[in-house]
Design a protein around this ligand. Structure first.
Ligand code: NAP
Ligand code: MG
Length: 472
């Protein structure tokens, strides 16, 4: 166990103004693996001041220079990717294979994409008798969750730096060690002091202080809808820009004629790979009545292929969920499924065999789920798939659109045209067609209660820019 001292403020690791600390727990063995400072309101204020002081200089740098720093940051993240992957597995619990392939690798690509965007983007345009400048919004307060500890950070920090903004980051209390590695990479990349600042701490203390700080121009938050709603209200009160990336209850709609086995296999892999802790996870599978029982059987078979176990062991199909509270939350949803009459065909609320320690949840599949059930409406954030039956395309559409969320989704059909026509009627920010893969340049973000604003690519960059029009 190691005490990691300091908050990264104004280009230096300096002690917190307070004495509080946060223990970081490995969810696979429940051991404390490190301790970090719990930043205070005073620390947040110092970080925001540093970001404010650094803003004019950074905003005035040539985009090519910002691109060079982002390229250096990408290279740092790439050089330390094995350490980053191991740290993420240790504090989050996802398998090491997933940490390497996704958790550590995608942020390298995203940071690289913003180096390219910064270099190539046109930060001014001509409209009639006006020249319109796209200028940095200012000081950004970034508040991130634990489910993709580095991805959620680079999704905000890379476009903010590309735009010429300065940043104060408050990462999730469960995964601060990854955030510290990121800060080390920023420092090594030669990003000037004060441009990026890190305050580890509790959401209700450091997070709240950052959202409320009058000198923060934009708050970018990813996490639960409950906290997102609060942050939105605070930002509204302060007339700040706000971006909210919240939860989801995404539907995987399998239309008649689709490759059923492949659609089910990919759905199960999607839900299980990060122990179900992805905001865009396909937690609802919609299958036509004629193929329903076949899909249920396939889903149960697929779930049985993933054995919970030590995330560092390459034979493990999934690791634990992040902490005891999440485990209890997920088990509560599994029990509610049973109570409300869903048919359990794989997994369930008992701890997996041979794993008395660690926050493990068995891959769980529910059949005979109806749209009114809690498990069909609320975000479970665990390795749980629900199968819903539909009789017609219209009914499938109504079920798919029948939640408060609208973040992602998938459609499978015999041909692309049919799938696209259906996808155009979904109230959601992203849809994967016949297994289409994640695209780090496509705008990511929610319709309805899944949030406001977009991340990734040029749309993500635009969030951090504001216009100024000069008339001639
Ligand atoms: P959360 O509380 O919304 O946490 C997200 C971030 O906000 C964390 O950094 C958190 O700090 C911070 N925070 C908490 N309360 C705050 C406040 N009053 N003011 C400012 N910042 C605050 O999410 P969670 O409790 O970790 O997870 C709960 C549920 O949220 C999950 O079960 C899942 O349904 C959903 N979730 C969604 C996503 C997503 O990607 N959309 C990600 C994670 C969770 P602390 O870490 O100290 O709490
Ligand atoms: Mg929380």
């Amino acid at each position: 166990m190691k005490y990691h001292e300091g908050l990264y403020i104004d280009g230096d690791w300096r002690p917190s103004a307070g004495t509080g600390t946060i223990d970081v727990v490995n969810p696979a063995d429940e051991q404390v693996i490190g301790t970090v400072p719990a930043g205070t309101e005073q620390d947040v204020d110092a970080a925001v001041r540093a970001a404010r002081a650094a803003l004019p200089g950074w905003a005035a740098t040539a985009p090519a220079e910002r691109a060079a720093r982002l390229t250096a940051l990408r290279d740092q993240l790439a050089a330390r990717s094995e350490e980053i992957a191991r740290t993420i597995t240790a504090e989050l619990g996802c398998t090491l294979a997933f940490s390497r392939r996704v958790q550590a690798a995608v942020p390298v690509a995203v940071t690289g994409s913003y180096a390219e965007l910064a270099a190539g983007h046109s930060f001014e345009e001509r409209i009639g008798n006006s020249t319109v400048y796209h200028e940095p919004v200012g000081v950004v307060g970034a508040i991130t969750p634990w489910n993709y500890p580095l991805h959620q950070i680079t999704n905000k920090v890379a476009p903010a730096l590309a735009a010429g903004c300065t940043v104060v980051l408050k990462p999730a209390e469960d995964t601060p060690l990854t955030a510290r590695l990121f800060a080390e990479c920023v420092a090594a990349a030669g990003v000037p002091a004060g441009v990026f600042n890190l305050v580890t701490g509790l959401g209700t203390v450091a997070g709240q202080a950052l959202a409320e700080h009058l000198d923060v121009d934009l708050v970018s938050f990813t996490g639960s809808t409950a906290v997102g709603r609060k942050i939105g209200a605070i930002a509204g009160g302060g007339v700040k820009r706000v971006a909210l990336e919240l939860g989801g209850k995404s539907a995987n709609v399998i239309l008649p004629g689709a490759d059923l086995a492949q659609a089910v296999r990919i759905n199960l892999a999607d839900v299980i790979r990060n122990s179900g802790q992805s905001c865009n996870t396909l937690s609802r599978m919609l299958v036509h009545a004629d193929q329903y029982e076949e899909a249920v059987e396939l889903a149960a078979q697929e779930a049985a292929r993933y054995l919970p176990g030590d995330p560092e062991d390459e034979k493990s199909g999934l690791g634990p969920v992040v902490n005891a509270r999440q485990r209890d939350r997920v088990l509560g949803y599994i029990r509610s499924g049973l109570d409300e009459g869903a048919r359990l065909v794989a997994g369930g609320p008992d701890a997996p065999e041979g794993l008395p320690t660690g926050y493990y949840v068995r891959p769980t599949v529910f059949a005979d789920v109806t749209p009114d059930m809690t498990i069909a409406q609320e975000e479970i954030f665990g390795p749980v798939v629900t199968l819903l039956r539909y009789e017609s395309e219209e009914e499938a559409l109504e079920i798919a659109n029948g939640t408060d969320y609208g973040l992602a989704g998938a459609v499978w059909a015999a041909d692309e045209g049919t799938a696209v026509a259906f996808a155009r009627r979904l109230h959601t920010g992203q849809v994967d067609i016949n297994g289409g893969r994640f695209n780090i340049l496509a705008p990511f973000g929610g319709h309805k209660q899944s949030g406001v604003g977009r991340e990734l690519g040029v749309h993500g960059l635009a969030e951090y820019l504001q216009t100024k029009s000069l008339q001639f």
